[in-house]
Design a protein around this ligand. Structure first.
Ligand code: MG
Length: 304
């Protein structure tokens, strides 16, 4: 018999009547407690499990959808932060102390996708997404080298906090955007013609236009955070953004309006849609993993 997860009632706060159509189960489930700072959830559909990072404890954790058990997937793990799957279903991980983006191959080997730009070491890759053409896009703020808590204290060799893309076919790391102060979470729209990026400088989500060749333009403000700071986020199939913030998960309409929030009893770092129907939102709070079944479906995964 599996233990029933703890659940918290009354999780929705409506700010706009359009939020009513998004609400599903009336309980926020607490799936795991005991992280020092949880981040980077990624749902692995073939294995029916979810991996997430516990950055200061230098480990990747694995929550099993079938048993509800949580175990250590990898430790040490380079003080991991953001995770995603590539088009072949391989795990891609941002590593703070590794100062790199790595890929876990199907045979279990860990290979390096990116660790330098212009010959200089990256700062501390934070969050990552994979475009349908296989290119890997990641943010590189300096949180992971600012102290020995979320990584290893160190100097920025590049001297800037940028957004990059790497083409695994040739290993070339290119600058995607240099006009962000502190890039963090990122995600493409369904048609990949827009890229949304959190900038923790002005504490906003910005929206870039993506050209055929991957060049970014625009970058106008999409939304400003109203509580705490934005961090990771994901899109649902109707184009809404579900964004980590200081008081839970903020649901933003495609027009940028804050529709409502999911109340979480601590700050939230990142989210991902999962479950067989992608209608279960997994939420990394600072110390715990939560989930809630919504009336919307997530965009991911984009696995061939
Ligand atoms: Mg982040």
């Amino acid at each position: 018999m599996l233990p029933a997860p703890t659940s918290l009632p009354d999780p929705y706060e409506e700010r706009d009547e359009r939020f009513a159509a998004c609400q599903g189960d009336t309980r926020l489930e607490v799936l795991f407690e005991g992280a020092r700072f949880a981040e980077g959830p990624v749902y692995v559909p073939a294995g029916r499990y979810l991996l997430f990072s516990d950055i200061p404890n230098d480990r990747l954790l694995r929550w099993d959808e079938c048993s509800g058990a949580v175990s250590v997937f990898r430790s040490p793990a380079g003080h991991p932060n953001g995770n995603t799957l590539d088009r072949q279903g391989r795990l891609v991980t941002c590593e703070h102390s590794g100062r790199r983006v790595s890929r876990t191959e199907h045979d279990g080997r860990v290979t390096v996708l990116a660790e330098r730009f212009g010959g200089k070491r990256l700062n501390s890759p934070n969050d990552v997404v994979v475009k349908s053409d296989g290119t890997v896009w990641f943010s590189d703020p300096s949180y992971g080298i600012a102290s020995d808590f979320e990584g290893v204290r160190g100097e920025s060799e590049i001297g800037a906090r940028n957004l990059y893309r790497v083409d695994p076919a040739d290993g070339r790391v290119e600058l995607a955007a240099a006009n962000l102060e502190i890039p963090n979470g990122l995600a493409f729209s369904a048609d990949e013609r827009r890229l949304f990026v959190v900038d923790n400088g002005p504490n906003q989500i910005r929206a870039f236009d993506v050209a055929e060749d991957g060049a970014l333009s625009g970058g106008e403000t999409f939304a400003t955070c109203t509580n705490g700071v934005f961090d990771g986020f994901r899109l649902d199939r109707d184009g809404r953004l579900w964004a980590a913030a200081g008081d839970g998960v903020h649901c933003l309409d495609p027009d940028g309006t804050l529709l409502g929030r999911i109340r979480v009893p601590e700050l939230v770092s990142n989210v991902v849609f999962g479950g067989p129907r992608r209608n279960r939102l997994f939420i990394c709070g600072a110390t715990a993993l939560y989930s809630i079944h919504l009336a919307v479906n997530g965009l991911e995964p984009m696995i061939d």
